[in-house]
Design a protein around this ligand. Structure first.
Ligand code: UDP
Length: 572
């Protein structure tokens, strides 16, 4: 076989060896990164066989391998880890239903454990559980309520630890009308509690309007629909603002925006998302994500759109084949996932692309380019799914879906999602998702016992070209993590390399909105605030995100604890 180009970045190997590369019975790593890509391409291309036989599978295997080994695209981590291996579980995202009975709650705990073991992340709506202190007929006792049961999921997650590959991740969601909403909002304010959970409040337009008008808000017991209490809507929103200001949580999920994009309302409303919030799913659905690597599509100083569209179409075929060969961890998941065949193609490396084009992240031009890039990807991806639908059949729930009017066939109920790409971007040495640079020098904590120290290579190259890459400047850069203290740097360059905390929250939201405009599912994005930002800035971000029609919003104030995958640590 031809020598495969090596797409991985300088810090990929330890991560690949620890978690991705195949091992023998004694636990020794028995494949190279190139062999991993060949394993994945070969396994996924088997999904072609029912339609094109072995010949089609061989042809697509070459195409898939080319796409990955040129560093143009990678599927989500479970696909890289498990395709062509015994486990065979390839999806990153799951939503598990939790109904108002002990049986359902502990069945969900069991399902969660099995999914975590296989490398997937789980999200739950706890909105159907009766509140704490409510009656339990069979025992004449009282219920513990959603927050208390979340601890059971948390401890199960801690115990499973995903078989040493990745830690289990959960999203807990509670409706803003639930009587326990205040306890839920405050649940993560203390450190060390629910550490395997991200939490989001599912808010609706009526609540946001009531908060704006300083009106009353009814908390309703889901067991019998009775009003448990009436509170101030603005006061409740304020509790979310204060908690998010302090700890980065809860995030908000916007009910109407999410359900406007529900392709199959006949199968029920969307009430929960995956752990990082970008993928709303119905009970027992799973989703396979994949991401195109934007800076690799630059040609002569411009985005090469025809090549990007071609890659998007091929990536859709890849992700649809993943559904074919996926070994689902539970029969209920297999059933729900095959009914809608959801996939989520997105991007990574936006900040790198913008830096290469010398566009500041917070410029209108950058948002316009983001909008165009995602629109072109989405159009190509939808067309590819429609074509697959024609040849292989539409997803089984298609006829009753909202898509049936616009397209004659569609293989997948959703085709696009912008994932965080936390590990994928590390593997490829590119910036993550659509985030701006978090810092220009940082340690990236990816494995429990190891920190990776990195300078932004693009920034170093620019410094070198200007004769500014000196040990002293590097020390300055390492100490602050940003370009502001670099002596002699042209100001335009400072703007191009502005980091997440230097960028106005409004520009973060503008970029999220630019990508959301043509993304079927959600867009993973954190709105970073600097350490001095007050609660009023969090409030503004929450209300703006709602006004922009986003599906959700997450803030993170520098220095506050919480979901920090990247940590800015001064270097010695
Ligand atoms: N995820 C998870 N555990 C992790 C990281 C991610 O379960 O440690 C799931 C979760 O559903 C998340 C999705 O994978 O929303 C995508 O995350 P990301 O893009 O960061 O994953 P990658 O493919 O880069 O590893």
């Amino acid at each position: 076989m031809d020598a495969t180009p090596f797409p991985f970045g300088p810090h990929a190997l330890p991560v690949l060896r620890r978690r991705y590369l195949a091992r023998d019975a004694e636990g020794r790593v028995v494949e190279t990164p190139e062999q991993m890509l060949a394993r994945v391409a070969g396994a996924v291309a088997r999904g072609e066989e029912p339609w094109g036989g072995a010949a089609a599978a061989r042809e697509m295997e070459r195409a898939f391998l080319g796409l990955m080994s040129q560093g143009l695209f990678l599927p989500n981590s479970p696909t890289l880890m498990n395709a062509g291996r015994e486990l065979g579980q390839l999806s990153a995202c799951f939503v598990i239903p939790v109904e108002d009975s002990l049986e359902s709650i502990f069945e969900a705990v069991k399902e969660t454990a099995l999914i975590h073991k296989s490398g997937g992340g789980t999200g739950f709506s706890f909105s159907h559980l009766r509140p704490a202190g409510d009656v339990v007929a069979s025992t004449r006792g009282v219920s513990s309520g959603p927050v208390s049961f979340m601890r059971v999921f948390d401890m199960a997650t801690e115990a499973v630890k995903q078989g040493g590959t990745r830690r289990g991740a959960n999203m807990g969601i509670l409706a803003v009308s639930h009587p326990d909403i205040e306890a839920f909002i405050a649940a993560k304010r203390r450190p060390g509690v629910l550490e395997n959970f991200n939490i989001s409040v599912l808010v609706n337009d009526a609540f946001m309007a009531a908060a704006r008008a300083d009106g009353p808000w009814q908390l309703v017991n889901p067991r019998d629909g009775a009003v448990a209490r009436t509170v101030s809507a603005a006061g409740l929103l304020e509790q979310m603002v204060q908690a998010a200001h302090q700890s980065g949580e809860p995030g908000l999920a916007f009910y109407e925006a999410i359900n406007r994009g529900n392709p199959t309302p006949g199968l029920g409303p969307l009430e929960a998302t995956n752990p990082c919030g970008e993928q709303p799913l119905l009970p027992h659905e799973s989703c396979n994500l994949g991401s195109l690597v934007l800076p690799r599509f630059l040609k002569d100083g411009e985005v090469d759109f025809p090549t990007l569209e071609e890659a998007a179409a091929l990536a859709v075929r890849f992700l649809d084949d993943v559904i074919e060969i996926n070994r689902h961890p539970l029969p209920q998941v297999a059933r729900a996932s095959r009914l809608t065949r959801k996939i989520g193609l997105g991007v990574m490396g936006l900040a790198d692309l913008l830096a290469d084009l010398e566009l500041p992240y917070d410029s209108p031009e950058a948002a316009a380019l983001g909008r165009e890039v995602m629109a072109r990807i989405a159009a190509a991806a939808r067309a590819a799914s429609a074509e697959l639908g024609q040849r292989r059949g539409s997803f089984p729930a298609f006829a009753a879906s909202r898509l049936a009017g616009g397209w004659s066939h569609m293989r997948n109920a959703t085709v696009t999602t912008v994932a965080p790409t936390g590990t994928l971007s590390l593997l490829l040495g590119c910036s993550s998702g659509i985030e701006p640079y978090f810092a220009l020098a940082y340690t990236r904590r990816v494995l429990e016992e190891r920190d990776l120290v990195e300078f932004n290579p693009r920034f170093l190259a620019r410094l070198a070209a200007l004769g500014l890459d000196t040990p002293e400047q590097r020390r300055t850069l390492a100490a602050s993590g940003n370009a502001t203290a670099i002596q002699g740097l042209p100001p335009e360059l400072g703007q191009v390399f502005a980091t997440a905390h230097e960028i106005d929250p409004e520009a973060h939201l503008a970029m999220q909105a630019a990508f959301q405009a043509s993304t079927d599912n959600g867009v993973s994005k954190t709105v970073n605030l600097d350490a001095q930002a007050g609660p009023e800035q969090v409030r503004r971000v929450f209300t703006r995100a709602h006004a922009l029609g986003l599906k959700g919003v997450t803030v993170f104030r520098s220095g506050c604890r919480g979901r920090q995958v990247l940590e800015l640590l001064p270097l010695p």
